[in-house]
Ligand binder design. Structure first.
Ligand code: SF4
Length: 147
C-alpha cells in the first residue's frame, strides 16, 4: 500500500517544468535521470514533470474530465479500464514504434488525437482508450499493484 501512495504522490509533482527529467520507474524505484537531447525516457518509466517546451500544449482539464482521464492509469476506477492499458499503448497517442522502440515522445508525453492533439503523459488513461498492439508489446508494465 505504501508504494501505491508513493506513486500517487509522485504523480502530483508533475506540474513543474524543469530542465532535468526525474522519472518514476514502474517497478517503484525512483530515479533521477538527466534529459537526453531527444528528451526520451526509458520505456518503463513514467514522467513526473512536464518538459518546459510542452507546458503550454498540455491537454485541457475540461476535456480530460469529459473523458474520465487520470494521469496515473492504475488509479482509474472506470469500468472500461483494464490493467496494463495506458496512453503509452493507445492508438490515439501520437507516438510511433520504430525499430522496436516507442518514439516521437517528448519526455514521456505525446499528443492525443482525442484531446485536440494536446499532450498527455504516457502513464495516463481515459475512457476513449483503444489498444495499439504494437505499442502494448513494448509498454505493458504499468499495472495495479497488490495492496
Ligand atoms: S485516447 Fe488514449 S492517448 Fe488519449 S487520453 Fe485517452 S487513453 Fe490517453
Amino acid at each position: 500500500m505504501k508504494n501505491i501512495l508513493n506513486r500517487r504522490n509522485l504523480f502530483k509533482l508533475g506540474a513543474a517544468a524543469i530542465v532535468s527529467i526525474p522519472v518514476l520507474k514502474i517497478g517503484n524505484v525512483f530515479a533521477e535521470a538527466a534529459a537526453t537531447a531527444t528528451e526520451e525516457l526509458a520505456w518503463d518509466a513514467c514522467p513526473i514533470v512536464v518538459p518546459e517546451k510542452i507546458v503550454k500544449k498540455l491537454a485541457k482539464d475540461k476535456a480530460k474530465t469529459r473523458l474520465a482521464f487520470v494521469a496515473n492509469a492504475t488509479t482509474s476506477t472506470h469500468k472500461k479500464y483494464k490493467d496494463g492499458a495506458a496512453c503509452g499503448n493507445c492508438k490515439f497517442y501520437k507516438s510511433k514504434v520504430e525499430d522496436g522502440k516507442i518514439t516521437r515522445e517528448v519526455g514521456g508525453y505525446a499528443k492525443c488525437t482525442m484531446l485536440a492533439n494536446k499532450y498527455v503523459n504516457r502513464c495516463g488513461w481515459c475512457k476513449s482508450y483503444k489498444k495499439a498492439d504494437d505499442k502494448y508489446a513494448i509498454y505493458k508494465y504499468l499495472k495495479k499493484e497488490e495492496a
